[in-house]
Design a protein around this ligand. Structure first.
Ligand code: BG6
Length: 475
């Protein structure tokens, strides 16, 4: 048994967290550029504090990120050396349409990604492209208020059309939106939403996510029409909720919390809002802004595969004061006394990974693609330049073993596995670089100081062996 022969091993990044070069190549400004380091980051990300322009009091880590913009050849060569079969990356919308509402795309931006995809293929790497990983052009945030406005659909579809035509034959795997459920946790980052006082925030988020779901279905339709080889996926921030105890109220809370995770993915994978979702929305005095044709479109254009991120399981308690959402953890969770936690407080739970995989497969019966998994940790560079990240190897080994069990013992169909931040990058939650995920170390600190030199960690050599053996050698 084991993993399928064409299993797509690799790593994952996102434009705003690794590219930098924010004002190069004709690129326009995006919401994610304005996410500062420090305590205001959480307020801005949750739409509670408006930051539509840079100021002198804040540092903005995405502006240079880890400078993948200038280092991509070197970085892709390193991924190739590890034997990557795939690289997940995202398109910065504002490199293609700097304002978002232009009629003609920016050729320099299009050429930049074409060069990247060609470079990938040179190394035998199949690109896996997230069309929208948390970025909305600032011009559209100001003009439309982000995804709350239905006109965003047209702008997004125009972007998709441009990408599908230009990269036909170069890209086959596409993800329409990163972590569609993140809108409920980090709405400015996820959808360019800032709230006014007294606004029914749930209504605004439901309106925005409905627009994204319609846009995602339109993109799926278009992708299939333009090239029948295209494979389209949805993406959810997964991680099953356990009840804190066997008290029926805790179990019920876990059911409700899990439903909140899958509520929008249900639409992308099954083609309709589930009855519990309709009730959830109604109970919050909100409505779905359907227009004629939406229901049919959603029904007829479900995704080909379901992709997801998994870092940790979560715990539901009927005592809602236990475990609030915070900047280092977007998902409220009570503590799990049976599990160790990472330096950022995320519970480490490989069996929870197997459970989550099974839950998703039971629910959707579509091929799964694990597109984010990994351990954020502080790394130490020794005097001789080596980096002994055995804690990361331990985490990944246990999770790959759990995924293998899901394939071998549970019969789940998994297409591939990309570890998050295969090269160190900016943390989405905290904006730090010292929360490192990579096999490749980047010499840059939280404030942007450093040489940006790339260095191989011990995990680099370990993952290379994992890939070479198609997941058989995890030692
Ligand atoms: C996912 C996102 O939520 O988790 C990534 O898709 C993010 O963009 C990753 O970086 C890890 O979270 P963090 O906060 O450690 O960067």
């Amino acid at each position: 048994m084991g993993f399928r022969k064409d299993f797509l091993w690799g790593g994952a990044t996102a434009a705003n967290q690794c590219e930098g070069g924010y004002n190069e190549g004709g690129r326009g400004l995006a919401n994610v550029d304005l996410m500062p380091l420090g305590e205001d980051r959480y307020l801005v990300g949750t739409g509670k504090k408006k930051m539509y322009d840079f100021d002198d009091q804040h540092f903005y880590p995405a502006l240079t990120a880890v400078d993948f913009y200038h280092h991509y050849k070197e970085d892709i060569a390193l991924f190739g050396e590890m034997g990557f079969k795939t690289l997940r990356l995202s398109i910065a919308w504002t490199r293609i349409f700097p304002l978002g509402d232009e009629q003609k795309p920016n050729e320099e931006g299009l050429q930049y990604y074409e060069d990247i995809f060609r470079e990938c293929h040179k190394h035998g790497i199949e690109p896996l492209v997230t069309i929208n990983h948390f970025d909305t052009p600032m011009h559209l945030v100001k003009k439309f208020g982000g995804w709350r406005n239905r006109k965003m659909i047209d702008e997004y579809v125009k972007l998709c059309q441009t990408l599908f035509h230009r990269y036909k034959g170069l890209v086959k795997y596409w993800i329409t939106f990163n972590e569609i459920n993140m809108i409920l946790h980090f709405p400015f980052v996820s959808s360019g939403l800032c709230f006014e006082e007294g606004e029914n925030e749930i209504q605004t988020m439901i309106t925005a996510v409905h627009h994204q779901l319609v846009a995602s279905a339109m993109a799926t339709k278009l992708a299939h029409e333009i090239d029948s080889c295209n494979q389209i996926g949805c993406m959810v921030a997964a991680g099953s909720y356990y009840p804190e105890t066997c008290k029926p109220e805790d179990y019920w809370k876990a059911i409700c919390d899990n439903r909140e995770v899958y509520m929008f993915t249900d639409v992308q994978a099954r083609g309709y809002y589930h009855s519990y979702a309709l009730k959830w929305i109604e109970e919050r005095n909100a409505t779905i802004p359907f227009v004629e044709g939406d229901k049919e479109l959603l029904k007829e254009n479900t995704v080909d595969f379901v992709s997801f991120s998994y870092y940790s399981s979560r715990v539901s308690s009927s005592d809602v004061s236990k475990g609030q959402q915070s900047e280092s953890n977007m998902f409220a969770s009570a503590k799990n006394p049976y599990l160790q936690i990472s330096q950022w407080g995320w519970a480490i739970d490989p069996l929870g990974f197997r459970s989550t995989i099974n839950e998703l497969y039971d629910r959707y019966q579509k091929p799964l693609f694990v597109v984010e998994n990994g351990l954020g940790a502080v790394d130490i560079v020794e005097e001789d330049g080596t980096i002994h990240d055995d804690y990361r190897i331990d985490y990944l080994r246990a999770h790959i073993q759990a995924m293998k069990d899901a394939v071998d013992k549970d019969g789940v169909d998994i297409i591939g596995y990309t570890t998050w931040g295969c090269i160190d990058l900016i943390s989405n939650g905290t904006g730090e670089v010292k929360k490192r995920y990579g096999f490749i170390y980047v010499d840059r600190d939280n404030l942007g100081n450093g040489t940006y030199q790339r260095m191989k960690k011990d995990s680099f050599y370990w993952y290379k062996k994992v890939i070479e053996s198609n997941g058989e050698n995890l030692l």
